[in-house]
Design a protein around this ligand. Structure first.
Ligand code: G1P
Length: 278
């Protein structure tokens, strides 16, 4: 199996109902924390981890994402040689470094289905998945970089996990496993959004995955699960039974920007950070 990971998949077809009315005509992935849209944070994390092909699963009403990762001639001509030009430097350099590919998820049939739709963009190689509303930040290497290193050693699918309060387990995929190295678990069980009484632990999957391409066949065999949707957690559980899937308790902090509370927390965090850096 290929040891480098070049492609990163971004499921971005969801409606973002928790942010209505802001998300009525604007993709939730374009909500900004400071002046940067959520999805751009995710793309930057993927680039830092060595990836240069971004595979974005979009849906109706998501065209702003494509326009964001493109040149805006009129705007760029307007601000050329003005003091504002630097504001576009980061996004310009991302556009130069990466290729962006898109396909649409026609019906909302769950995260597993969204990932499956990316099969045509990914092909037969390992790839990363970023859920842009989980915004991750760390002092050192980004979360995806940390995961790529683990992938290079073990060559299997990996999910990022963090400990959550037991009262929160119903919001996440929850794993349990045996710790085989510092912060690294070999998964034996994973359950999508269990009740507190059924949760095998308080280790919750957050929106960073590295998946080996056999996952596509397994998703194809996955029956609708929690909420009547095709769950990636269920497909990964099949992978556990056939071989090995790891869970990695990452170094860093994650903000749930799919909720107002998490979004405000992230905004405060990045605001503080920008002010302490001068
Ligand atoms: C999805 C996954 C879940 C995971 C979560 C992380 O759920 O299904 O296993 O814990 O992302 O953010 P969602 O939040 O899309 O309902």
């Amino acid at each position: 199996m290929k040891s480098s990971i070049n492609k990163c998949l971004f499921p971005a077809a969801g409606y973002g109902t928790r942010f209505l009315p802001a998300t009525k005509a604007m993709p939730k992935e374009m909500l900004p924390v400071m002046a940067k849209p959520l999805i751009q944070y995710g793309v930057e994390e993927a680039v830092e981890a060595g990836m240069n092909i971004m595979a974005i699963i979009t849906g109706r009403g998501k065209r702003a994402i494509e326009d964001h990762f493109d040149i805006s001639y009129e705007l760029e001509t307007q601000i050329k040689d003005t003091p504002k030009e630097y504001l576009l430097e980061d996004i310009r350099s991302l556009i130069q470094k990466c290729t962006f590919t898109y396909t649409r998820q026609i019906e909302m049939r769950g995260l597993g289905d969204a990932i499956y739709k990316g099969r045509v963009l990914i092909g037969n190689e390992p790839f990363a998945v970023v859920l842009a509303d989980d915004l991750c930040t760390s002092e050192g290497e980004g979360v995806l970089s940390q995961m790529v290193k683990i992938y290079q050693k073990y060559k299997c699918s990996i999910v990022a996990v963090e400990e959550v309060d037991i009262s929160e387990v119903h919001k996440y995929g929850i794993i349990s496993g045996r710790e085989i190295d510092d912060n690294l678990y070999m998964i034996d069980t994973m359950i999508e959004k269990p009740k507190q009484s059924e949760a095998p632990s308080n280790l919750a999957i957050i929106g960073r995955y590295i998946l080996t391409p056999d996952i596509f066949e397994l998703i194809a065999q996955t029956k609708p699960g929690k909420g009547g949707e095709i769950q990636i957690t269920d497909a990964l559980m099949m992978q556990v039974k056939k071989g090995m899937v790891l869970a990695y308790k990452f170094k860093g902090k994650r903000f749930d920007c799919g909720s107002i509370d998490g979004f405000v927390e992230a905004t405060n965090h990045f605001y503080q950070k920008s002010h302490t850096q001068g």
